[in-house]
Each structure stands twice: as C-alpha cells, then as structure tokens.
Design a protein around this ligand. Structure first.
Ligand SMILES: Cc1ncc(COP(=O)(O)O)c(C=O)c1O
Length: 440
C-alpha cells in the first residue's frame, strides 16, 4: 500500500529554527537608509522587538525555539501532515510522486501562525502592549490577531482595500479576536491620505498596508510593536519548522525530494520550506531544485530587477536588496491578495541572483483551474496563493511524463481556500474559465 499520510510524532517536533545566514554563498546585502534626513533604520529600531532585530543578523546556524512558543506550536497542531497526492498523480498519468506539506491545516488556515506566535511572544516579553501590521489577503492579519490574543496583546491591522472588500469574512475573523481592521489606503494616516489623494479608489496592496502600519506604530512611540508577515530574515527563520518537519517526514518513508516547490509573495513560506534543504543542495549540486511559483500579474522574480528598494509604498521602511517591480508598482486587482507586493525577501533575492532558485509565473485563471483540479482529486480546497505551487507541481509532473522520468516533487500547501470561494466563483463560474488540464 502506498503511504498517503506521513505523520511526524509529536516528540520529533523541531526544537530549533534553522538560520541560513551563516551558510549563504555571499553575505546578505545590508539594509540601507534612503538619501535625506529621515532614517527608516532608526525608526525600525524603536518599533520592532529587539529580539527579532537580533535574529535578522544572527550568526549561529540554530536558534532554540522558546518553550512557550513550542507549546503553542503543539496546541495549533504542529507537526503538520505530509501527504501524497495519489489521485492527482493518477489523473495526470505521471510517473512522478507528488507530496505536499499541509500548512492549510493550521487553525487560521495558513502557515502564518508559525511566525506570528513567535513574534507575539517576543513582543510580550519586551513589554509592548500591542501589535500593528499590514495584511494582503487577510491570512497574516488573522494570524496576528489570534497570536495577539494568545499573549494578551492588542492588534491593529491595515488590510489591502481590495481584499478588505473581497473578503468580508476575513475581516470579521480578525475582529472576533479583538483586532481593529482598517482598509488600506485609509484616511487614518498621512501616508494613506496621500495615496488616496493621488489615486482616488486606490485598491491598496501589502506595500500600502506596510506604510500605514509603520506610520501608526511610529506614532505610538514604542508602545505597539510593528510586526512583519514576510520578507525579513526572522520571519523566514521561524517558518523553517515547515522544512525541518518535511525533511524528517521524507526520511521516515525513505524518500528524497528532487524538487521543492512553493508559491512566492514576500518569500516566507518558500524560505521556511526550502532553506532547511539548502546545505544538502549546496553539497550535491543538481541534487534538489528549488522552484518558486509567482503570479504573472506581479512577476517579481521572473521580470523584476535585483536592486535596493523600500518594502512599502511610501518609503518608510529601510531599503533592502531583492527583486522588485518598483515602489510605485500598484498590483492589479487580482484575487491573490497574499502575492500582491512589489518587492520581496533579501534572502530569496540573493538565492535567485546566485542561480540557486528557479521561478515560474502563472495567470490567475490557470491557477484557479489547478486549484479546482487539486480539490477534485484530493478533496482539499487550496488558497489561491497555494494554487500557484500546485500549478507548478502539475507542470513538473507533466514534464516528467513527457520525459518518462520518475521525479519526487514536494510542494508547500501554504493555506486553505475556504475564505477565497468568491475568487473561485468569479473566475471558474465566469466565461474566463478554461479547461486547462483537459489534455493531461
Ligand atoms: C496562503 C498564503 N500562501 C502564501 C502567501 C505568500 O506569502 P509568503 O511569500 O511570505 O510565503 C500568503 C500571504 O499572505 C498566503 O496567505
């Protein structure tokens, strides 16, 4: 019998996060201030927990997960399952094996809790009274509100206006946990008011939310911590529980991945999933391929440039080096809120620049069709962001079929699609629908 579900015993949960920084082929380019008197670097020192700033430049390879965070990881259902997509393999008639890591099973519906719990823990330890952040689709904002509640902290979230309007129930979910949720751009901040003046009806993005969250945290003068859901090294660090568990699960069934696949927004599920395999990849070149799946509407890794840029729309954050579409880029109003940002993680940027990360982009009509096929075959409804990883896994499985090669594909199912049914409805029940996989 094929092993379809690979459980990792609770006693084997990773007790340390993996820090890739000392093993990178080149030092990570340092963050810089823009020209002028204003120093985002100094501002960040005041509004971000010190422990997280230290983790952004930690020299040691392993960082112990605090006992309290570990307890909460167990409470939310870690370790998560690794599962095999046998029905999808059968449908595609591929010789490839397709495995996927079930981050959709976490209570808020995505992997984001892995870092929000850790960030809330450090913020509480450092006596902050609350957390402020942005959110695209609402997955990160929900994780922040739930984690804030777990640590008796307040929460304020700036949600990209397009998602605020498309995903009413995400908004209620955050409010249920006591979070204050504002559409971004909003009239609450100077940054938001300027954006609305420049472009009435601005749809917002993760970048606009960051600007407003940072400005608001600055106005609280150290009372509220600004926390980030992606991009920064400490976020990828906390997310390495995903890859570390996957490694152990693959060992349990004596399998090795030929290719790891994840969708990419800021880069945190991808980084958390891939980075624990990085040293193995470097030791045996060609042994494991890392493949990022992004949206053709926001093609940072496939069409962006590798250069310094601010992570937000108004230039309130330090300049970091990564692939960017430019601070002024306003992502189209697509249904994939979690991938709508102009720039991304410096670690992921460096890997891409050094030729260690492949990337592929998919159109939103095609990814929803891949999500539909996956959900019909496997009985699991994926988040639209995760559908990019599914599209890439299907592409690789069909190539393996063409070439008659056995390949072991492992992808990260970063989230559940329960709150995204409106997107599925608008794409699949409209005349934009295509039967993309009819030929498979
Ligand atoms: C379900 C899901 N997957 C993926 C992402 C992309 O984020 P990242 O690139 O940081 O993993 C998001 C972001 O909100 C998300 O909600």
């Amino acid at each position: 019998m094929k092993q379809l579900k690979i459980h990792l015993p609770v006693k084997d949960i990773p007790r340390q996060w993996y820090n890739v920084l000392p093993s990178l082929p080149k030092p990570l380019p340092e963050a810089k201030d823009p020209k002028g008197d204003f120093s985002p670097i100094e501002l960040m020192k005041k509004i971000r927990p010190r422990s997280l700033q230290e983790q952004d430049a930690a020299p040691n390879k392993w960082i112990t997960i605090p006992e309290d965070v570990l307890d909460k990881y167990l409470k939310i259902g870690r370790p998560t399952l690794l599962q095999r997509a046998v029905n999808l393999e059968k449908y595609l008639k591929t010789p490839a094996k397709i495995f996927f890591k079930r981050e959709d099973l976490l209570p808020t519906g995505s992997f984001k809790l892995n870092t929000s719990i850790a960030q809330a823990f450090y913020a509480k330890e450092e006596k902050f009274e609350g957390l402020i952040s942005e959110t695209g689709a609402g997955q990160w904002g929900t994780a922040v509100c739930v984690s804030a509640k777990l640590y008796d902290l307040q929460a304020q979230i700036f949600m990209a206006r397009i998602s605020y309007e498309q995903k009413l129930y995400r908004r209620y979910y955050m409010k249920l946990y006591g979070g204050d949720v504002y559409p971004s751009p909003s009239t609450k901040t100077a940054a938001g008011r300027k954006m609305l003046d420049d472009r009435p009806g601005h749809p917002g993005s993760i970048g606009t939310g960051i600007s407003e969250a940072v400005e608001t945290a600055a106005n609280y003068n150290g009372k509220f911590a600004y926390v980030s859901g992606s991009n920064l090294p400490h976020v990828l660090l906390h997310q390495t529980v995903i890859g570390l568990e996957t490694m152990k699960q693959m060992k349990l069934i004596s399998e090795k991945p030929d290719i790891l696949i994840a969708c990419v927004g800021g880069g945190s599920n991808l980084g958390g999933f891939f980075l624990p395999f990085f040293e193995e990849k470097m030791k045996k070149p060609g042994s494991i391929t890392f493949l990022a799946a992004e949206s053709t509407a926001v093609p940072r890794l496939t069409k962006g440039t590798y250069r310094y840029d601010a992570g937000d729309s108004s230039g309130l954050t330090p300049l970091t080096k990564s692939y960017t579409l430019g601070q002024d880029f306003i992502p189209p109003e697509i249904h994939i809120g979690g991938l709508r940002q102009h720039s991304g993680s410096p670690i992921i940027g460096l890997l891409r620049h050094e030729g260690l990360l492949d990337a592929v982009a998919f159109d939103q009509t095609d990814i929803f069709e891949a999500g539909r096929l996956f959900s019909i075959c496997e009985g699991i409804l994926p988040a639209p962001e995760s559908c990019h990883a599914i599209s890439a896994a299907i592409k690789v499985a069909l190539e393996a079929k063409e070439e008659g090669k056995e390949r072991t594909i492992v992808f990260c199912l970063s989230g559940s699609g329960f709150f995204d049914l409106e997107g599925y409805r608008q794409i699949l029940l409209s005349d934009k629908k295509k039967d993309v996989y009819a030929h498979a």
